[in-house]
Write a protein that binds this ligand. Structure first.
Ligand code: PEP
Length: 262
């Protein structure tokens, strides 16, 4: 059984002091709504902006552990790359994971599959677990291209990675039309894409990759719809944007994940 994973992508929200307050509040609130700090069945990942990573790590309470993730990195280790942040820098701050290939990075900042592949390799070289986002646009979906778009992204982003590398990776299926729109995919739509991705992993790399890599759904997940996504055997967890910014709604989603049978 793959352990469920709930990722909160804070995007460009919260200062360092707001991050510390959020982490304290989450640890207080979570038990009240039924979420425990146990990571045995559900892993919790928080991905604050770069400037709040240290504060979030410092605010962590032993009673409510979480995995710290960054939202991006640059593939070089150091050098004349103004404004960029490298994998060793993130590792030194206590990060264990990094979100790569988010559709906002692709759409607004020109991230391409080939560069995302270099970022994944840099993350793996430095012991950061990549959370790779893939997803189709509304035009792609309406043109019947969902499968070819997401499998194409997967193939290019994972090019030349070994099966062992793959086992350290998480994939997030995030249809672009569902992100921040309030229009989530249906569970059936998400499950069908997850199934396709899993088949590509198993056939393109090896059976274990198809069985072990966690595939999350992301796109307008809320406390109201999270239970249905998380109950699907194809869906190993959720990547959450808007609903992760409020500690109560995020804690409610964690509690739903923890209440499901293993
Ligand atoms: C995201 O940022 O990856 C995301 C899924 O956002 P939202 O939950 O707001 O749709």
């Amino acid at each position: 059984m793959r352990r469920r994973l709930i990722v909160g992508n804070w995007k460009m929200h919260k200062t360092a002091s707001e991050a510390a307050a959020f982490v304290h509040r989450l640890a207080e609130l979570a038990p009240a709504v039924g979420a425990t700090g146990s990571t045995e069945r559900v892993e919790v990942v928080l991905a604050p902006p770069f400037t709040a990573l240290h504060a979030a790590a410092q605010a962590a309470a032993p009673s409510f552990p979480f995995t710290l993730a960054a939202q991006n990195l640059f593939w070089e280790e150091h050098g004349a790359f103004t404004g960029e942040v490298s994998a060793p820098m993130l590792k030194d701050l206590g990060c264990q994971a990094v979100i790569l290939g988010h559709s906002e990075r692709r759409q607004l900042f020109g991230d391409r599959d080939e560069g995302i592949n270099k970022k994944i390799r840099a993350a793996l070289r430095h012991g950061l677990r990549p959370i790779l986002c893939v997803g189709e646009s509304l035009a792609d979906r309406e043109a019947g291209l969902t499968e070819s778009v997401v499998t194409g992204q997967l193939a290019k982003c994972l090019d030349s990675l070994s099966a062992d590398d793959l086992l350290k990776l998480t994939i997030a299926y995030e249809p672009v039309w569902a992100i921040g729109t309030g229009r989530a995919a249906t569970v059936a739509q998400a499950a069908a894409v997850h199934e396709t991705l899993r088949t590509v992993l198993a056939t393109g790399w090896k059976r274990e990759a198809g069985q072990q890599v966690r595939i999350l759904y992301g796109g307008s997940v809320t406390p109201e719809n999270a239970g249905a996504f998380l109950a699907s055997p194809q869906i190993d967890g959720a990547l959450i944007g808007g609903a992760c910014l409020d500690p109560h709604s995020f804690a409610t989603i964690l509690a739903l994940a923890q209440a499901l049978p293993a």
